[in-house]
Unconditional design. Structure first.
Length: 135
């Protein structure tokens, strides 16, 4: 196991309310195009499925807060993309649309993890269809 270099997590805010399943320390998000992983300072790695499967309502609530924050970011990015397109800035629009697509993928992954581990599945399934990637 390697230690995460300080530079890797400097400037990145700890994921609020989420802690390392192995040592209980704060975790820091690291986003790739289609998914998110979380690292603590000891270098433990946790995916959204690992975090969602922690049987603790506070953890699920924290993931829910993160989802809502991403959803508002998604709306902002989509608004910027649409505005850029309307003004004929197609390169800029494409960049923002790509970010929208990545964020949708990450949102879908977290929703799926929460749903798969939900104590009350099926009836309140998250609306994933509305976010199906179009790009
Ligand atoms: Zn840890």
């Amino acid at each position: 196991m390697s230690t995460v270099p300080e530079s890797r997590i400097r400037g990145v805010e700890a994921a609020r309310g989420l802690t390392c399943p192995q040592c209980g320390e704060d975790v820091y998000p690291c986003h790739s195009a289609e998914s998110s992983v979380f690292y603590c300072r000891a270098g433990h790695r946790a995916g959204v499925n690992d975090l969602a499967s922690i049987p603790d309502e506070a953890v699920r609530a924290a993931l829910g807060v993160m989802l809502r924050s991403w959803e508002s970011t998604l709306i902002e990015l989509a608004t910027i993309a649409a505005d850029a397109e309307r003004r004929g800035l197609f390169d800029m629009a494409a960049i923002y649309q790509r970010q929208v697509g990545h964020l949708k993928d990450r949102l879908r992954a977290v929703r799926a993890a929460l749903w798969a581990t939900s104590p009350t599945p099926a009836s309140n399934a998250p609306a994933q269809k509305s976010l199906s990637a179009s790009s």
